[in-house]
Design a protein around this ligand. Structure first.
Ligand SMILES: NC(=O)C1=CN([C@@H]2O[C@H](COP(=O)(O)OP(=O)(O)OC[C@H]3O[C@@H](n4cnc5c(N)ncnc54)[C@H](OP(=O)(O)O)[C@@H]3O)[C@@H](O)[C@H]2O)C=CC1
Ligand SMILES: O=C(O)C1=N[C@H](C(=O)O)C[C@H](O)C1
Length: 238
């Protein structure tokens, strides 16, 4: 496939390696310093775009793809207040849009375990649940997109939690998401249920960015010729 890379930072570079190793070509790499080149590309030569340009650039890049009929796989976080708008535009234009807050296979298994655990723990109100995420110091958004996905699934099941707060919660109705920033950490997520007598924890630790990049490239291989809005649940089975 001919891939358009939107965002050539830490993830863009990792995706390039994985894509080439799977026999694909990178047709164009668009970053902040050559963003004007986007308007010189021929959309008909692109099979799929992979967008990891970050919270501020994601929406404009996604609109570019949808307006030019380019199927697009997006991993940027921190812009999801506009996701329903992008979904609607995609459906209206009969385009193809794939989004995941986390493309790693392991994290998507972890999401499934989180939902199962939350369902079980909903019967044991003596436990208080909290989320913690740790990432590298260059990360622009907090909480992480992955932590927000985990939080949504907890809130859907644990009736005492009605909203999340990006701090240690002071009220029982708030789900605490604590964000830590430490050098070089690719991404660690912890969901913890605490009672007076014991604790139950589930944790996912990414050892590198390779798993995120592989998932994004596999989604890019899956997406072309489909119409609609998709996520990992459409591609993976549990
Ligand atoms: N869904 C998932 O599995 C994962 C998601 N992510 C998310 O992906 C995003 C990118 O992460 P990461 O690669 O670590 O971040 P980086 O900051 O390393 O890379 C983003 C790149 O996009 C560039 N950029 C800025 N504006 C534009 C623009 N208008 N068009 C194209 N490129 C632009 C930046 O340039 P400059 O540096 O000059 O500003 C930078 O090189 C983040 O939102 C992150 O949370 C990360 C890992 C996994
Ligand atoms: O910015 C990152 O690095 C990551 N971002 C994603 C998120 O916000 O959840 C996924 C992964 O944790 C790495």
């Amino acid at each position: 496939m001919n891939i358009l890379l939107l965002g050539y930072g830490k993830m863009g570079k990792e995706i390039e390696k994985v894509a080439i190793s799977r026999g694909h070509q990178i047709a164009h790499k668009i970053d902040l310093n050559n963003v004007e080149d986007l308007h010189t590309i021929n959309p008909t030569e692109i099979d799929v775009a992979i967008e990891f340009s970050g919270p501020e650039a994601a929406v404009a890049n996604l609109l570019f793809c949808l307006n030019n009929n380019i199927p697009v796989v997006s991993g940027s976080t921190g812009w999801l207040d506009r996701k329903s708008e992008i979904d609607s535009i995609c459906l209206q234009k009969k385009g193809a849009f794939f989004y995941a807050s986390n493309y790693s296979l392991g994290v998507n298994v972890f999401f499934h375990v989180n939902r199962v655990l939350a369902k079980v723990m909903s019967r044991y109100p003596t436990y208080n649940v909290a989320i913690e995420e740790t990432h590298h110091t260059e990360k622009k958004d907090a909480p992480s997109g992955t932590a927000l996905t985990l939080a949504k699934d907890v809130i859907d099941h644990i009736k005492t939690k009605t909203s999340w707060v990006n701090a240690s919660a002071h009220e029982l109705s708030q789900l605490s998401i604590v964000s830590k920033r430490e050098p070089q950490v690719p991404g660690t997520h912890l969901v913890k249920y605490d009672s007076q007598v014991d604790s139950i924890e589930i944790k996912h630790i990414a050892h590198s960015r390779e798993g995120f990049a592989l998932g994004a490239v596999v989604a890019a291989e899956w997406l072309p010729r489909k119409v609609g809005v998709f996520g990992m649940e459409d591609m993976m089975e549990f």
